[in-house]
Structures are given as structure tokens and as C-alpha cells.
Design a binder for this molecule. Structure first.
Ligand code: IMP
Ligand code: MG
Length: 192
């Protein structure tokens, strides 16, 4: 299934698990049931934000009981270091025309909220009939802009996490659950 690397496969890299695979699956199952009810008869377009949302989007659409079309967008938010500047750039655009569509945006995590704030605004500017958001994880302590996703995920503390789509330097996306890295992993990356 999705993300088959286990924490026990990479014990030198992982400090501890923060969210188990069971908790992730329970959250996605709950949201899939809600989405299936809310969008019944409406042919929604489910938009995944590359690359982190891929695992969540696949699990969500698999668990839905209605038809959904799927599309992807790749965004980058430029700023100094790891801080988002609020200036979002499209790296790779959607292939679908969203005008008149009921769009459900799927994202891996809300940090500052800047990426999703910009994307939901952009989809509305393009004429989407409705725009809702499901983010699997949320770090409320980090928000810089107001966002109120209709489909709420799992709240986590202000920690950098990897797994189930989330990466550090493009690694750990295929970890089955969500974990905190050992500080030595960052030290290694900085020396490299
Ligand atoms: P925002 O625009 O600040 O909300 O940034 C959200 C994006 O930052 C997410 O889509 C992730 O790509 C990335 N991000 C934020 N926090 C984490 C984390 O803890 N681990 C991995 N990526 C993260
Ligand atoms: Mg992302």
C-alpha cells in the first residue's frame, strides 16, 4: 500500500513517531465519508498540491464512494530560508479548466497557511463554482494568515515532520507514518 517504509527500517534517522498510520487512515476515512456525502451528484474536481499531497489524495479518493476527477498543481513559495514570503509561484499548472467546477483542494499540511490562502484565491479568480480545502495536518501555532478548512485534519505541535508524503530534502515521503527526525539528520544535510 501507500508508503511501506517503516520507522523500524530507518531507526538511525527517526527520533520518534508523532502520528500513527492508524490515526492517519482514520482521519482520511472520516473525511472521505463526509466528502462523499457533501459532493454526491456534483462531480467534484479534487486538486492535489504536489508533491506532499499525493499520498493523501490517493488515499482520500480511494476511500470515497462517489466519482471524482483528479488534477495536480505544483507551487513554490519563495522566501528567505524556510520562511514563506507570501509570494507563491506556479511551477506546474493544473490541466483542467476549473471554471464552474466544485473544487476540493487536498494539501499535506498547513504551516503559515500562505500557500493554501493563495491557491484558494487563485481558483476563485479562475471562476471555480466552489473551493473547499482538506489538509491532512495542521500546525495552528504557525499560522500567519486566516484559513478555515471545511475538512479538518490532524492538529500537530510546531515540529518539522516527515512521512506519508511529507519530505525533508525530498526524502522520507514513502515513510508509512509521520515522524520527527533526529537532529543528526539535519546536521548531516548541512555539512553535505
Ligand atoms: P505554508 O504555505 O507555510 O502553509 O506551507 C505549507 C507547505 O510547507 C506544505 O505544503 C509543505 O510542503 C511545507 N511544510 C510545512 N511544514 C512542514 C513539515 O513539518 N514537514 C514537511 N513539509 C512541511
Ligand atoms: Mg507542499
Amino acid at each position: 500500500m501507500i508508503g511501506d517504509v517503516k520507522i523500524s527500517d530507518i531507526p538511525n534517522d527517526i527520533e520518534r513517531e508523532l502520528v500513527s498510520r492508524e490515526q492517519i487512515e482514520a482521519c482520511i476515512a472520516r473525511v472521505a465519508a463526509q466528502v462523499s456525502r457533501d459532493y454526491a451528484g456534483r462531480d467534484p474536481l479534487v486538486v492535489g498540491v504536489l508533491k506532499g499531497a499525493v499520498n493523501t489524495l490517493v488515499a482520500l479518493t480511494d476511500a470515497m464512494t462517489i466519482n471524482a476527477q483528479v488534477d495536480f498543481i505544483s507551487l513554490s513559495s519563495y522566501g528567505a530560508g524556510t520562511q514563506s514570503s507570501g509570494h507563491v509561484v506556479i511551477r506546474q499548472d493544473l490541466s483542467a479548466d476549473v471554471s464552474g467546477r466544485d473544487v476540493l483542494v487536498v494539501e499535506d499540511i498547513i504551516d503559515s497557511g500562505i500557500t493554501l490562502h493563495w491557491l484558494t484565491g487563485e481558483l476563485k479568480r479562475r471562476g471555480a463554482a466552489s473551493v473547499e480545502v482538506f489538509a491532512l495536518f495542521d500546525k495552528p501555532a504557525r499560522h500567519k494568515v486566516e484559513l478555515n478548512p471545511k475538512y479538518k485534519g490532524i492538529e500537530i505541535p510546531d515540529e518539522f515532520v516527515v512521512g506519508f508524503g511529507l519530505d525533508y530534502a525530498e526524502k522520507y515521503r514513502n515513510l508509512e507514518s509521520v515522524a520527527i527526525l533526529r537532529p543528526s539528520v539535519y546536521d548531516k544535510e548541512e555539512r553535505a
